[in-house]
Design a protein around this ligand. Structure first.
Ligand SMILES: Nc1ncnc2c1ncn2[C@@H]1O[C@H](COP(=O)(O)OP(=O)(O)OP(=O)(O)O)[C@@H](O)[C@H]1O
Ligand SMILES: *[C@@H]1O[C@H](CO)[C@@H](O)[C@H](O)[C@H]1NC(C)=O
Ligand SMILES: *[C@@H]1O[C@H](CO)[C@@H](O)[C@H](O)[C@H]1NC(C)=O
Ligand SMILES: [Mg+2]
Length: 331
């Protein structure tokens, strides 16, 4: 793909050069002018830029992806679709969109972030306007948080100045220094502009395992009462989630006033995945690899995972996380 584009570019440029040689000065100027604007168009075609050619929200794509590719997350699906849709359709939002995703490991927090990015940016997660910060990777040493702080603020400011439709994903938010979280607070708030930069079209996603246990407990209670998983509603989790989020002394998230100040627009709970969802994940992974989905193998792999509680084996402890590598082993 890239090679063809490059060939096209070279071809256009060499044609322009030949033309320039054969015409008088006036024509040459015109030809060079056309060549330059053509060059710019081609550059824009090849190189991602902050415009509607590269950034165009497709609501249908998000809806289809959430319903077909994301398994067992009816609450998260619904909130995300509504929130992103509403925000992207609003030409003049009052503040950036801030979503906080919570759940056990392997339930789809990064996966759903990827789906959101793909519905907005042509280049998806590879876009120059999508930025992922992982606490343990980018900000590993608590003692250095002051350095990280000014660095992070500069990055956010620089990137939003470049493109107001920027997306920032903070992974492992629960392992982030409270002071560092504090430092991004101004960007999440209802300011018209900060130092001449408007952050109101940006999107912030916070991913964490915080509250995962209480979400799982609620899901388990429903299961024990013989109730359908799909009956779980946001209101069944909201209270618990904010309680466990506030009271958890481990993570910095909670001691900051992100929550008091209502800077987070939506708390999005991801439910622990059941056996049947794991099977769906394996089948999807096989399809992705271009091999014929094999129900027998999917069952075999799913059965080998660890489930909680031990006796009833209801929820996959690692969700769909280790499936990729397991599949290599089984095939
Ligand atoms: N609900 C889901 N539906 C479909 N696939 C899923 C789901 N959850 C996880 N997966 C698959 O498992 C992989 C790992 O999930 P992901 O990285 O999103 O987990 P996570 O919630 O971010 O976990 P962690 O808390 O450990 O970071 C994904 O790439 C995806 O292929
Ligand atoms: C939006 O996504 C849908 C579903 O993936 C696709 O059929 C459609 O062509 C897309 N629209 C645009 C404008 O890209
Ligand atoms: C944008 O963020 C990235 C980190 O994702 C950083 O490396 C880069 O320097 C930032 N750009 C600007 C202009 O600040
Ligand atoms: Mg993750």
């Amino acid at each position: 793909m890239k090679a063809t584009r490059l060939y096209l570019l070279l071809h256009v440029l060499s044609t322009t050069a030949v033309l320039v040689n054969t015409f008088d000065p006036v024509t040459t100027t015109v030809v060079i002018g056309i060549g330059a604007s053509l060059g710019r168009t081609i550059y824009n075609y090849l190189h991602e830029s902050c415009d509607s050619k590269w950034i165009a929200f497709n609501a249908t794509a998000l809806e289809v992806d959430l319903s077909r590719k994301l398994f067992g997350q009816h609450i998260a699906s619904r909130i995300i679709l509504k929130a992103v849709n509403g925000f992207m359709k609003n030409a003049n939002p009052k503040k950036p969109l801030v979503l906080s995703l919570h759940g056990w490991t392997g339930t789809g927090k990064n996966f759903v972030s990827k789906l959101i990015a793909e519905s907005i940016y042509k280049e998806g997660m590879d876009s120059n306007f999508v930025h992922v910060f992982t606490s343990t990777l980018h900000f590993p040493h608590p003692s250095q948080y002051l350095t990280y702080k000014s660095q992070l603020q500069q990055w956010i400011k620089g990137n939003v100045t470049n493109c107001e439709r920027s997306m920032f994903i903070f992974d492992e938010m629960d392992k982030m220094h409270p002071g560092l979280i504090d430092s991004i607070k101004p960007y999440l708030d209802y300011y018209d502009k900060l130092d001449g930069v408007s952050y109101r079209k940006a999107i912030f996603l916070f991913l964490s395992n915080a509250g995962g246990d209480s979400i799982a407990q609620t899901a388990l209670d429903f299961w024990k009462e013989g109730r359908n998983r799909e009956e779980i509603e946001l209101k069944d989790l909201e209270m618990l989630l904010s309680l466990s989020v506030f009271n958890n002394k481990e993570s910095g998230f909670f001691r900051t006033s992100l929550i008091d100040k209502n800077l987070v627009d939506f708390f999005v709970p991801l439910l622990p995945l059941e056996y049947r969802h794991v099977v769906q994940c394996v089948m999807a992974e096989m399809k992705d690899r271009g091999v014929e989905p094999d129900q027998y193998l999917a069952d075999k792999l799913a059965k080998d995972l660890v489930y909680f509680p031990k006796s009833e084996r209801v929820f996959s402890v690692k969700g769909c996380k280790t499936i990729e590598s397991k599949l290599d082993y089984y095939t």
